[in-house]
Write a protein that binds this ligand. Structure first.
Ligand code: ZN
Length: 150
């Protein structure tokens, strides 16, 4: 990865960590799921507002490290307006990217989420980056009220 690009990615992560987007409670949320990453201590509650199978609003509360906060902040921005299926597809691509399973996942397909690609070089941080998405997955499936990465 080019150094310039790496710097840019870090800028975006710092920015989302300092000023998390959608850091609020949605009153009367249709889905509310807690996510916990015991390895790092990241904890979040994800709220979704649904219209049929479409996510019309997403927000979160909680506290975690810079990577987990930036990841959930970016995710709540990106999934707004997506259908459940589209969000699940994005989760799969994001998961493949962060776990290094698919090095070819294009930056185009992931948009801003590509800033988190660097975590694959730090296996301990992968769960920080994917916590938000595992929580979203549980919220979409609507079967559990909490998830843990362990
Ligand atoms: Zn973390």
């Amino acid at each position: 990865m080019f150094e310039d690009l790496r710097d840019l990615y870090q800028e975006v992560i710092f920015d989302h960590n300092r000023n998390p987007r959608n850091f609020r409670v949605i009153e009367n949320a249709d889905r509310e799921v807690e996510g916990f990453n015991p390895l790092c201590g990241d904890r979040l509650t994800l709220y979704l507002k649904m219209d049929g199978n479409k996510i019309t609003d997403a927000s979160f509360q909680g506290s975690g490290c810079a990577i987990s906060t930036a990841s959930v902040s970016l995710m709540t921005e990106i999934v707004k307006g997506l259908t459940e299926d589209e969000a699940e597809t994005l989760f799969q691509k994001f998961h493949d990217m962060t776990t290094g399973k698919n090095e070819e996942v294009s930056i185009d397909a992931l948009g801003k989420l590509a800033v988190l690609a660097g975590v694959r070089e730090y296996p301990a941080r992968v769960k920080c980056a994917t916590l938000a998405w595992h929580t979203l997955d549980a919220a979409i499936k609507n079967e559990q009220s909490s998830v843990s990465t362990e």
